[in-house]
Structure formats: C-alpha cells, structure tokens
Design a protein around this ligand. Sequence first.
Ligand SMILES: C[S@@+](CC[C@H](N)C(=O)[O-])C[C@H]1O[C@@H](n2cnc3c(N)ncnc32)[C@H](O)[C@@H]1O
Length: 294
Amino acid sequence: MSGIGSGAAEDPAPFPGEVRLRTTADLADPRLAPYTTLTDAALRRDADAAHGVFLAESSPVVRRALDAGHTPRSFLLGDRYRETFADVIAAHPGVPVFTGPDQVLTALTGFHLHRGALAAMDRPAPRSVTDVLAGARRVLIAEDLVDHTNLGAVVRSAVALGWDALLLTPRAADPLYRRAIRVSMGTVFRLSWARTDGPLEDVLRSLRAAGFATAALEVTDRALGLDAPGLEPIRTADRLALVLGQEGPGVRPETLAAVDAHVVIPMPEGVDSLNVAAAAAVALWELRARRADR
Ligand SMILES: C[S@@+](CC[C@H](N)C(=O)[O-])C[C@H]1O[C@@H](n2cnc3c(N)ncnc32)[C@H](O)[C@@H]1O
C-alpha cells in the first residue's frame, strides 16, 4: 500500500481511511465509542450490546475473525503496527483506521495496547440452541461460568479437541468479550455456540430426547472416575453433552440430579478441585468423539 512506511518515519503519510489520533482532543470521534471502558467487563457487556460490536485484540486474533467472515467496523492500531497491518487495511477499503501513539491510545482504551491492534466488529446475531446442536456429537455446557479467562481457555480446548458446540447458561460469561476471545486465541470464531434459556434441567431433558447421553463433570460421591470402566457408555456415546460447573460453587444440585452420570477426575487425598478450564481440557480429550479412522 502506498504511503505506509514512506516519508518521514515519525509521520508517515496516511493511507486511505486513516484517521491519525495525535492528542486526546482527537478522541471525541463518535466512531471511537466502542473502544472505551475496555478494562471493565460489566461495562463492556453493556457497551458491546449497545454498539452491537465485539472487539478482537491482537494481530492474529483480528486476522482470525476476518478469516471467519466477521465484518470490521473500524481498526485501532498503535503507530508501530501500521505497516504490519497494511495487507488487512488494503483488503478492507472504506473501513476507518484509527492510528496513534501509545499514550493517546491508552487514554482512549484505559490500558496499554501492548498487542498493538484492536478491531471493532459487528456482533453476529445470536444462534439458537437447536441450530448449534444440529449434527453435533460432542456438546459442552458451561453452567454459569463467569470468568472470561476460564471461558476463553475452555473454548480453546473445546476447539482443539474436536468438540462441536458450546451451550452457555444465561449467567455465563460472554465468549465474545475481548479477553475471552484473546485467551481462546480466536478459536471461538470456529465454534458453534448458543445461550440457553430457562432451567438447564429442561435443556438436558431436550438433549436426552435428541439422543444425547448427559454427564456433569463434578466431584461428587456418585461420580465415576474419568478412567473407570463403568464410564464406557458415556465415553463411547454417539452423542454426549457434558456440563462444566461454576468456579466456586460447581455444578448446581438441580443439574446434577438431571444428568445420566457424574464424572470426576481423580485427585490425591486433600486436593479439592482443579481449575475448571484445566479440568475441561483433561475431560474433553478423554470423552472426545471416537471415530473409526482414529
Ligand atoms: C473449581 S471447580 C468448583 C469448586 C469445587 N466445587 C470445590 O469445592 O473445590 C469448578 C468446576 O471444575 C470442574 N472440576 C474441577 N475439578 C474437577 C475434578 N477433579 N473432577 C471433575 N470436575 C472437576 C467441575 O466442573 C467444577 O464444577
């Protein structure tokens, strides 16, 4: 792209669609509104909904979002990253590109944009549970998982280990919150997911009716060890839905009562639990869909 990297290094010529942010006075542009309150998850939830956006952070994550077909509304880049993003900008003519020095971007976003790149993207329309379950053989259910870092790590493992879909209860964190996306390394763009509505017990009943075996990953008295022979019907089920519990309280008693089996990752005496994302990674591998050719 002409202009990038040409001319004086400290003030390269702008490229099409570029708005150079030089002082905090330049931050009044209303198109920058999606980039404020980035460090507050609660405010972000409202802001993302109000603006109908999600934010992709870091060059690889922005590229994965674009590869997955998401529509950028604008890009925000540290000056140092202008050249490395030239191909992306050239591929999206007409999309505003805001660039600026670190201190101006920090004043806008509230944190140091050390990964250099953000993109505000149109938030996709929510999908229905029925839609994401179609053809799925392995479905993970995040019951009230409230931590975005945990959720991002769970998503990354689910995609890497071949699980097909993720259902989230209404209280669970947002998979398209900036931090969750980043921790997932953008794998969230490859995963079918939907929010459930109403009591999870009802959803589990519907899953059963659709031919799913149902299990909760939890430390309980009746839980079968992940490597126990008695778990074979769950391990080999053609369709399986697995519930993960909330950090702290774990899987709700009503949910534990509604599933076919409880599954525990055996731990030494005196150890209470694993982090939920670590537990998920272990269980998702062991309970993956087995195919004849593997
Ligand atoms: C951190 S745990 C919840 C806290 C746990 N109830 C306790 O008292 O330590 C969060 C979730 O991680 C999963 N989990 C953690 N360790 C596990 C284990 N050893 N076996 C099965 N699930 C586990 C379960 O889904 C659980 O609901």
